[in-house]
Write a protein that binds this ligand. Sequence first.
Ligand code: SF4
Length: 221
Amino acid sequence: MPLPSFDSVMAFVGYALLAVVSFILILGLLMLLVALVSMRRGRFYLPWLLRPGLIMLEGMAKTIWKIGKVDDREISAFSIRMRNQLNRDRFSKVPMKDRAVFLPQCLRSADCPSHLTTEGLVCKRCMRCDIGRSIDELEAQGCRVFIVPGSTFLTRMVKKYRPQAIIGVGCLMEVKEGLDMLERKNLLGIGVVTTKDGCVETTLDWSALMEAVTIKPSTDH
Ligand code: SF4
């Protein structure tokens, strides 16, 4: 059998490249279209298609922002907002009893009288901090609320109680890493970032937390 000529090999490579580039372009356009419709309607369609697209987008944004010397915090905030939005629809369908809130211990007063137990800290409602003022209202929604010193406790409580959805509170980096971890474990998460960072007496927009905890299915479909 005669060997194919150099020209025919190059033509084949050219057609193959053209096919790959066209496929990527069509896929990109499709993702863009789905993303635009999703944003317009406030809910994410075809998450299996959007998820890889958004991960790619996040990677591209990181690169562009790094070149433009944009603060890492802005990238993390963008990533958290994106994941929250992406998970919102599935999260809204999880019954309240299957949702768990994880509060960081740094939200407590520096004079907090609670003690560490195997399930984290148990608030004594001494009212020295906002946890005491809000925890009953959160629990009244029907979800579990934990005050934890770190991700080890979170992992342990998730293994024990098997919640279907998690609302994680923490500083920007904690929430970003927490959402990454939940995604690796195939768990649904929504992140709420504290309004003041630090190791003690951090602050939180409690109404934003309550809004996240009580996300309900959209009636607009
Ligand atoms: S209200 Fe609860 S968490 Fe806050 S300081 Fe008192 S016992 Fe600690």
